[in-house]
Design a protein around this ligand. Structure first.
Ligand SMILES: [Fe+2]
Ligand SMILES: [Fe+2]
Length: 166
């Protein structure tokens, strides 16, 4: 595998692990603030990110590349509201989308066409992730001044995830 592409795959593995930790931290905030539905949703999200990292690791190994895990910064832990949490999640997903796009561009540039199907799959996945988080942000923004509505939305989130099959 091309050196630059391999380095970028390793960066992506680190970003997926950073995403896992970001969501675990958000889940801890949610649990501590009695938003148990959001906590469950965020924890599921964290385990999905762990799966993504594993998929990238497997891919690099399948291509006889070298996997190098990286040191990670502590995730953001300070949030004012549940809306802040999901806004942070949306910002994070957008960074991941940009990163996978950059990976796709490099794969194309170095003519590593074998990487493209995996990356296309992840780009599709990011469209779904951004859409579902963006919907939650929109809904929480709508009811932000009404604690009982925020609580109802919170309690509904785990079921929504099951319905999406995510
Ligand atoms: Fe991911
Ligand atoms: Fe994600």
């Amino acid at each position: 595998m091309d050196d630059r592409l391999q380095a970028q795959f390793n960066d992506q593995i680190a970003l997926e692990h950073a995403s896992e930790r970001a969501y675990l931290q958000m889940a801890a905030w949610a649990e501590a603030h009695d938003f148990s539905g959001s906590a469950a949703w965020l924890r599921d999200q964290a385990s999905e990110e762990s799966t993504h990292a594993a998929m990238f690791i497997d891919f690099v190994l399948d291509r006889d590349g070298e996997v190098r895990l990286q040191a990670l910064d502590a995730p953001d832990a300070d949030f004012d509201t549940l809306l802040d949490v999901f806004r942070a999640a949306l910002g994070h997903e957008r960074r991941v989308t940009a990163s996978i796009g950059a990976l796709y561009a490099t794969a194309h540039e170095v003519r590593d066409f074998a990487s493209l199907p995996l990356l296309t799959r992840f780009l599709d996945e990011q469209v779904e992730e951004e859409a579902s988080v963006s919907t939650i942000v929109g809904e929480l923004a709508m009811v932000a001044d009404d604690p009982s509505a925020v609580l109802m939305l919170d309690r509904e989130l785990p079921g929504r995830r099951a319905a999406e099959g995510g």
